[in-house]
Design a protein around this ligand. Sequence first.
Ligand code: ADP
Ligand code: MG
Length: 163
Amino acid sequence: MIERTFVMIKPDGVKRALIGEVIRRFENSGLKLIGMKMLHVDKDFAKKHYTEDITVRRGEAVRNMLLDYVVEGPVVAMVWEGVVAIEVVRKIVGGTEPRTAVPGTIRGDYTHVSYAYADAKKLPVKNIIHASGDAKDAAHEVALWFSAKELFSYTNVHDVHLY
Ligand code: ADP
Ligand code: MG
């Protein structure tokens, strides 16, 4: 049941100086940070992250906007570990559309725009953060962004309550 999941603070989250705020929320939940780095990815790399799966679910136009969005500045990439971490991280992140993302979640507290606004303006929905959607995506994304040497195994204060 201990899972690993991939999280990325997108360029808008970095530029809005929300890195610490985002990390604090995951740390407070008891999840364990096992890898982290700042990097500025290029289009080729971005295509491996936002795969054709996005085209199928959201359409070609959204994928193209997303590819431009994620390369517009540095991002912070992280791997978080914990019990049902994939689902718990998604809960803390909140829904995709800021308009309806629930208060108390990262997206609900720090963003507000609607799909309709973004689509009318031909803008990506800038929602601060990415988190793996399911186990298959988590495995793909952790392996894409991190080498085995960049992921760490250690004991932290939360472990005493887990084992
Ligand atoms: P999530 O990030 O919640 O897993 P998706 O995987 O469905 O959501 O979409 C990836 C990202 O694409 C979203 O986080 C958002 O930034 C962007 N996006 C999704 N739908 C739209 C849309 N209709 N218009 C613009 N951007 C969108
Ligand atoms: Mg997704």
